[in-house]
Design a protein around this ligand. Structure first.
Ligand code: NAD
Length: 411
């Protein structure tokens, strides 16, 4: 299943609703630049292993390229292109002055020692150094990449160019110019959007149940925030195990267990269920927060949730979208739901450039109105055009991107 084809289908669905010029649409169908890198790394046993890395700089129409990097054994160019495209849409949905990019290395980081991981990351940053920078392309964390890894990128790039450049990457440790509130930002932004949605649908969070797929930075923190707001979280999962408790999980305990044991396997206060079954549970809110292509034409018909809240990028395929819409399921798209992460990354860049830092209260006070406003624009456009929220988010974003492309004149 090509994830990039999914992204192009979503683009088509939105442009069918609009009057965009053909040349704008053509420009959005292809990334501006694709970098494919061979990354030789000396392993701890002295052997040299060559890893494959990618950076797709998709569009700079609205500003410098921006997007995370992923370390995963299944990462490939098709996936990175799709993720880069979604960053373009996402930055435009929340109205921050950035373009979109994504990167990745095909590797299982769990199989590397810390020093191998550092050498791989430094090789990646070194090879990219001609093409990145605070006014060119800004990197960030994604699946399996952490603040520590962002710190290595900042250090390597700064060494190559011979000056300190914290703004080349966001999601850094605070000691290197990271932003307060960046780690929980994606979850926090999602929480603001979900709160707005529930109020529109007149639903009380204290009477709702949810299942969360993926317990990383995004899924784990989203579960905590919902649980603190009174939502009963009945199921959670990581790549190895899914757990279920109809009476509700103590999310703080589950998080503690995952941190201590590295996985959910063996957690006693719940029943182990099949990972795929988590998606089909009779809950009010289903939160995919792991990887792409989880809700497909094969399982969409069996989804019982009334809200699918996409904290992962690309968890629902276009065919599944159609099936979910027919069933009346409200799908809140990734490009809106998880845009809090890139918004606080933008704040981090701003703080790096001005060398003046905000406290967490200030960061959250700036994040909330952006997320609330983005939800409002998308919701209103969906009502006005009688379309689903994903298509509405694309319409909002594409109008802004088209304006920038046209304002630049003919190339
Ligand atoms: P992460 O590496 O911190 O966590 C990923 C989690 O997903 C892990 O718990 C892993 O065990 C789990 N997982 C993997 N495959 C699974 C499967 N088949 N079933 C259940 N769980 C599975 O990554 P993250 O940063 O939390 O990213 C998760 C998603 O959120 C990705 O789609 C990413 O692109 C998206 N996202 C991340 C950010 C960010 O700021 N980190 C921002 C926006 C979107």
């Amino acid at each position: 299943m090509s994830v990039f084809n999914n992204a192009l289908s979503q683009l088509k669905r939105a442009t069918d609703q609009m009057n965009l010029s053909g040349s704008v649409i053509e420009q959005l169908k292809k990334p501006e630049r694709i970098l494919q890198l061979a990354l030789p790394v000396v392993m701890d046993n002295g052997e040299v292993k060559v890893f494959e890395g990618y950076r797709v700089q998709y569009s700079s129409a609205r500003g410098p390229y921006k997007g995370g990097i992923r370390y995963h054994p299944k990462t490939n160019l098709d996936e990175v292109k799709a993720l880069g495209f979604w960053m373009v849409i996402k930055c435009a949905v929340v109205g921050i002055p950035l373009g979109g990019a994504k990167g990745g290395v095909t590797v299982d980081p769990k199989k590397l020692s810390t020093s191998e991981l550092e050498r791989l990351t430094r090789a990646f940053a070194r090879q990219l150094s001609l093409f990145i920078g605070p006014d060119k392309d800004i990197l960030a964390p994604d699946v399996n990449t952490t603040p520590e890894i962002m710190g290595w990128i900042m250090d390597e790039y700064s060494r190559v160019v011979g000056r300190q450049v914290p703004g080349v990457v966001t999601g850094k440790p605070l000691s290197l110019g990271g932003s307060q509130g960046r780690v929980p930002a994606t979850a926090q932004g999602g929480f603001y959007v979900l709160t707005e949605l529930l109020s529109k649908l007149k639903l009380n969070p204290k009477k709702l149940t949810a299942a969360v797929q993926g317990m990383g930075n995004v899924g784990g923190m989203t579960a905590v925030l919902l649980w603190q707001a009174g939502v009963k979280i009945v199921a959670m999962s990581d790549s190895t195990t899914a757990i279920y408790n109809s009476k509700g999980l103590n999310v703080a305990e589950v998080e503690k267990y995952k941190k201590a044991h590295g996985s959910l396997a063996g957690y006693k206060e719940a029943t182990k269920i099949d990972n795929r079954k988590l998606l089909l549970l009779p809950v009010d809110i289903l939160i995919p927060a792991a990887l792409e292509n989880q809700i497909t034409k094969d399982n969409a018909g069996k989804i019982k949730a009334r809200i699918v809240f996409e904290m992962a990028n690309g968890p629902t395929t276009p065919e599944a979208d159609v099936k979910l819409a027919k069933k009346g399921v409200v799908v809140v798209p990734d490009v809106l739901a998880n845009a809090g992460g890139v918004t606080v990354s933008y704040f981090e860049l701003v703080q790096n450039l001005q060398q003046y830092y905000w406290d967490e209260g200030e960061v959250l006070a700036k994040l909330k109105p952006i997320m609330v406003q983005a939800f409002k624009h998308v919701w209103e456009r969906a009502q006005q055009l009688k379309i689903d929220l994903r298509t509405a988010a694309y319409v909002v974003a594409l109008e802004r991107i088209a304006q920038a492309i046209e304002a630049r004149g003919k190339y």
